[in-house]
Design a protein around this ligand. Structure first.
Ligand code: SAH
Length: 363
């Protein structure tokens, strides 16, 4: 419920307090969490105005989220995955990812913040995981008037690095300092796709972070891999992830560089790669940066396409919520035009199914 839709607030609710929403005619509509400093003034917990927002409410929501993912005190194909994905699981502001025995939680709204103890308890009860580590350091918390907060919430402190298995491959995850909750779990299926199309290829993985796509390509039989990231620390982990899976550290071919510049350089050197992976960080943070982001996406894709021989494959991503899939396709089309290549979409990839999209809240 945006601030502009609210005619009046009765009483003096505190940030995160549960409030009853009523229509202009006084009809009770829903219960939600009040957030006075956010433009999203109320986030709906339930459309049942007679409901109760308490620990059993969160138990139910977390249990339903886990059940949808078949999580019951353990993991199967992978030892890591998303357990709760905010609005898509009916818990606005809560992101919870499981890494082995550790749940890493982000409380991103005033309402989730208020109930974080109850939520942490639900997460342990439902998953059987021993500890909950808080990673509430996402910038979006500022909009809710919340300061960053990291640390152990329940159970033992997680080790400096957790070893996870994703579709048979192993990766080190730093849940304390790594990006997001430590790992890009949303790309899990896409890493399997890359693995399947890597036999015998020369692969280039741009914005590789800890080399997850690189290791997948090696496991799929890539002839060679080059991995680019601007973070030396991420690349160091990429090398160790290679070793963890039985490859030489150098097999991931780490290059610490600005990927946009490196791509341009490779084009100038007339290098060729059969498979290029482009997974840049979110380039469009807000509407004001959309145009610039569009140009950056186009440039990177254009250079990547120039590196492909006939029959080569580009696996390209955008994680900018503001850039629609339709718009991204247009950007790719402009990139192909300017690269002078005829390109076809052979598959549309998306986030892993443990990151579902709610039809009534696609944002
Ligand atoms: N594909 C990765 C996730 C990529 S996240 C995975 O599956 O795990 C984006 C990465 O881009 C981060 O590791 C960040 O360090 C890196 N990055 C950001 N800006 C960059 C730039 N200009 N050049 C190279 N790397 C950059």
């Amino acid at each position: 419920m945006f601030s502009g839709a609210i005619a009046r607030v009765e009483g003096a609710p505190e940030p995160g307090d549960t409030v009853l929403l009523t229509s202009s005619s006084g009809e009770a509509l829903a219960l939600g969490a009040f957030s006075p400093s956010s433009q999203i003034r109320v986030r709906i917990w339930t459309f049942d105005p007679a409901g109760e927002i308490d620990s059993s409410f969160f138990d139910d929501r977390v249990r339903a989220a886990a059940a949808r993912r078949n999580i019951s005190g353990g993991w199967s194909v992978s030892t890591a995955g998303r357990i709760v994905f905010s609005e898509a699981d009916g818990v606005p502001g809560l992101v919870a990812d499981g890494y082995g025995d550790v749940v890493v939680a982000q409380f991103l709204s005033a309402g989730a913040e208020k109930f974080k103890k109850e939520i942490a308890e639900s997460l342990c009860t439902v998953t059987g995981c021993g500890s909950v580590y808080e990673r509430s350091d996402a910038e979006s918390r500022e909009l809710e008037g919340l300061a960053p907060s990291n640390g152990v919430m329940r159970g033992a402190a997680p080790p400096g690095e957790i070893e996870i298995i994703e579709n048979g491959l192993k990766y080190f995850v730093d849940v304390r300092k790594g990006h997001k909750t430590g790992f890009y779990l949303d790309q899990a299926i896409n890493r399997s796709v890359v693995r399947e199309i890597s036999a015998g290829v020369k692969a280039l993985n741009c914005f590789c972070y800890t080399g997850a796509f690189s290791v997948a390509a090696l496991a799929g039989g890539a002839e060679s891999v080059v991995s680019i990231d601007s973070s030396e620390k991420a690349l160091e982990t990429a090398r160790r992830n290679a070793v963890l899976n039985g490859f030489e550290a150098d097999a991931v071919g780490c290059v610490c560089a600005d990927a946009f510049e490196a791509l341009r350089g490779f084009v100038a050197e007339k290098r060729q790669f059969d498979l290029v992976i482009l997974d840049p960080p979110k380039l469009a943070a807000d509407k004001g940066s959309l145009e610039r982001a569009g140009r950056a996406y186009k440039d990177a894709n254009m250079h990547a396409m120039r590196l492909l021989p006939a029959g080569g494959t580009l696996v390209t991503f955008s994680c900018s919520g503001l850039v629609s899939a339709e718009e991204f396709q247009k950007i790719a089309a402009w990139a192909a035009l300017d690269a002078g290549v005829t390109a076809r979409i052979v598959a549309r990839l998306s986030q892993a199914p443990d990151h579902p999209v709610s039809l009534n809240f696609p944002e």
